[in-house]
Structures are given as C-alpha cells and as structure tokens.
Design a protein. Sequence first.
Length: 592
Amino acid sequence: MDRPAVIVKTAAELRVPPHWRDYQRERQQDPWAAARRDLQLDPQGPMNMAVLAVDRHLQQGLADKTALRFVARNAPALDMSYGTLAQQTNRLANVLQALGVAPGDHLFVLAGRLPALYVAVLGALKAGVVVTPLFSAFGPEPIATRMQLGQARLLVTTDILYRQKIRALRAQLPTLQHVLLVNPDGQLTTEPDTLDWTTVMAGASDHFTPAPTTADSPALLHFTSGTTGTPKGALHVHGAAITHYATGRHALDLHPQDRFWCTADPGWVTGTSYGILAPLLHGVTSLVDREEFDAERWYTLLQDERISVWYTAPTAIRLLMKAGPELAQRHQFPDLRFIASVGEPLNPEAVWWGKEVLGLPIHDNWWQTETGGIMVANTPAFDIKPGAMGRPLPGIDAYLVTQLQAPGEAPRVRVLDAPEAQGELALRAGWPSMFRGYLNNEARYQQCFADGLYLTGDLVRRDAEGYYWFVGRLDDVIKSAGHLIGPFEVESVLMEHPAVAEAGVIGKPDALVGETVKAFVSLKNGYLPDEALRSDLQAHARKRLGAAVAPKEIAFLPTLPRTRSGKIMRRLLKARELGLPEGDTSTLEAGA
Ligand code: AMP
C-alpha cells in the first residue's frame, strides 16, 4: 500500500491537549529549570530520586492514589498506593541501615517484576544506597560478573532464583554480606546465610529520614555491554530524576490522570528510568505485568486496564503484528492516547500498523544506558516521519561527527554541519541524567567524550528537517529483542568448553527480534564438529548465560579469521553470514 512519508498529527488523535505543540518554541525554554520548578527543588539543596518519586506526593494529597498496579496470571491484582509505597520503602531503608549498609554501598536486585523489586529499588535510593537491578533471566555467569564488578554488598532476590543461580556462586562474591530472600508465596525462607524479606520488613519502622543525598550523589549503576572485555557499569546520580521528569513530559506526554504501562523489565535501563521513576515522578498509576509477552494478554491488558500511555519495544510490536490484526480487532482501546517505543529500530511498517490497527501511530524514540533518559524522540509536538527516531528533545543538543584520532589517541571530532548528513550521533555533555562514570574505568569514560560532546557509538542520518534516522552501531554489540548483548561475554563462556579453540560471536539480522546471537567456533584437535557437540555447546551456553543471551545458532569453522594483531574479525564473520563480498563490511550497518 502506498503511504505518505509523514503522519500528520491531528488534535483528535491526541485526545487530551498535549504538554507542548511547538517544537521550536519549546526548544528555546530551559526544560531542566522548568522540571526543578515543578519538583520544587532548590538546585543547591538535598535531592533524592525516591523522595521525589514517592514521598513528595503524600504532601499533595495523593497517599491513596495507586502508584503501582501489579497483575499476574494466577494471582489477584495488587494495587500499591503512594502511601503504602512510602511506608514500605521507609521500612526497607531502615532494614538496610540496621544491617549497616551505608550510603554509597551497592545493592543488587535480582527478581521478576514483583512488588519487592520496586520497594527494594526505591527504598535503597532513599537510604542513599546505589542500586543495580539485574535481569532475572540472566544465567549465573552474567550475574556473577556484574556483582563482582559492582562489589555488591547486599542482594535482594527470590528464594527460587537464589537456589538456581546464586547459592553456588556465594564463594565467588566476597563483598556480598547480606542476601534478602523474597518468597512470592509468602512462606518463610530457610536458606542458610540469608534473611527472610517478610520477617525483616515486618520488624522495621514505617518512618525514615532520607539520606542527605544531592543531585550529584550516586544512585543507580546500570551495566551495559561493550565489544571487548567485561560489561561496563554506567553510574547515574540522583539528579537524573530531572531528566526522567522532563522526558516523561516531553517524550511520553504523561499527565496526572494517565494510566501508564512500560513493558520493559527493570533489569534493563528502560524498565528503571521509565518503568519505575518517570511515571512515579509524575504521580501517575503504572501497570506492572508479571508475565512474559503474550499477544492476547497484552491486548486484554491495554483494554481492561484502560492504559492511556504505552511505552513498549519494536520486538513486541512486531510480535503483535505477527499475531494478526483480527486479534487486535477483538479488543477496544478507547483510553489509549499515546504509544511510544524504544531500544531498536522501529520499521515504518510498524508505525503505520499502530495507526491502522490501534488507531494511533507509534512514536519511536532513542536513548541508551549512558544517557539515562530519552534524548531523541517523536513527540506530540510534531508530525511523524515513519522510520525516523525523531528530533532532539528540549535541553538536548545533538550533532553528527566523525572521529579523527589515530588508534590509541584521545578522541577528536569534526562536526558535520551540512543540513543533511550521516555520522556518529554526539550530544552536548551536561544533561542531568548523563552517566557520571564507568565504574573503576575512568579511561574508558574519558574515551566517550571529545570537545564537550558525548559520543554515542551510533551511526545516524539527519535529514534537512532535523529528523534523525538510525543507521547502525559503530561497534559489534548485538541487539536482540531490545537487549544489548556483548559478543565478548558470549565468546568467553564458549571458550570455557573443553572442545572450543576459538569463538567469534555476531548478531545475525532477524525480522522479528532485530538480531539473534550466532556463534562461530573452531574446535581443538580430537573433537568432531557434529550435532551432539553442537547441542552440548548450546546447553553449556544456556546454562551459564541464560537463554536470552546464549547463541541461538552455532556454526563450526576450521579456523576463525583474525587480524594481524590476533583479534577475531567479527565483521568478516558477519559479512560471510550475509553473503557479502569478503572485506566489504561497509554496508553492514545499513540493516542493523
Ligand atoms: P541500551 O544501552 O541497552 O539501552 O541500548 C542502547 C542502544 O540501543 C543504542 O545505542 C542504539 O544502538 C539502540 N537503540 C535505542 N533506541 C533505538 C531506536 N529508537 N532506534 C534504533 N536503535 C536504538
């Protein structure tokens, strides 16, 4: 079907008057000052994300309003009000204090989307403790690496996950002093060297004086994958809440009466910044679905939970498209008024599908772990060009650059001024949610900046009207179902297998999930490249890494291509996989 290049916004489609309509005018305002005013913040005074997201609303008479509504297949829905969330987070903060966990210490959370996860994250923030939510589908290897790097002092997890993934690791986690075990069935947990969540929470006070944090105090540690080496811990500060609030307004158009659903898991940065913080900062009611994706279930939730603003991911949208329009047409979405998505390229087809099947186009937006919040977005303030990731939000100055330095030198860049250009996306450093360091790796952090610009590592195109279009990654990291996967982490686990001599891991383009993880291995002498070994390798990788990270495909090669300095040439493996001429990796980005 022929479709125009632009979806023109109409007032009817927006349903409620949006916060902003004039892109140019809003860009001339200072969104951070406006957010500070709304949040009644003194720039020099104390600042705590959790106090702003939860306790602040109690003074505004919202104690009884539902903050988080948890739904699950086999359990009744549970509504947690702002008042209860304030009490529960105070209790957790008291528990941490009683255990001797101090401001600046690191707490990890490994759990499904249970109420305790949200209480743990927000309670720790109140106590000034730095929080890392980990993806609960990770296998023991990614969990151990991250907890070791992050020097976890305390872990909140469930009894099942503890038994499956942590118990055998404890000896490798010398900094870990306390483990709080949540039993979702309400039974007492009896694991040695752990504490029972329900018991310790029951004995704690509802009152807590928040730690004296400021905008610059560390708050969240999110791990992200690079091409080489271990994952990087991107450190974020309490001041990031200013971006969460401002982008909740500009990119998601949150209004107090909204019922919001962010489908991302808090184990990934979107699930924390927009699944926990931004909606609570706006005092809205958020839905938390404890189940995994299911097309019928999702349409029913959108309808029955009267979701008005929905923030999801391209893979999920493609899965809904695959389920066919008839399923959607059996439901009605009169309350839905704004849909946004993030994490991977959103094909124009998906934007149109939203408009035709759900009655609303999907607003793609762009950001990454290091930026802490949405930077470039399609917003209510301008028409959508399906396929474009939007325009820089107010307060964000975006540039296209090429890096000029020789290998090993500090980055130097040339800014590409032409109205239409393609280059690396760079952002003027200094927005409130910009990461403040990679944990224990200052040199790597400094490599991300040149001439006051943060270099994102993404290749993009800017058109004459200032819309940005994603072209590809400049490095080899893999995006599968919206999750960033470091090839090195997968290669390292494959190399642990006694049969493997070399391993090279790439992202193989996939119409549904963007990319799937594909591994190439060469074997040590004496091992046969047969189906039995392939299954054994796959099982080994799944057990160590978890199904979301392990390779879906493993191919055997006699040797892997290497550079003269000995590095495995993943780009060449990818070119071969795609049937491109050897050495022609220039087009690899285009379909990323
Ligand atoms: P993460 O740090 O895991 O959130 O991943 C961030 C990366 O995901 C970005 O650097 C991009 O490569 C990719 N990404 C995020 N949003 C988009 C988008 N709207 N379109 C294309 N790629 C995206």
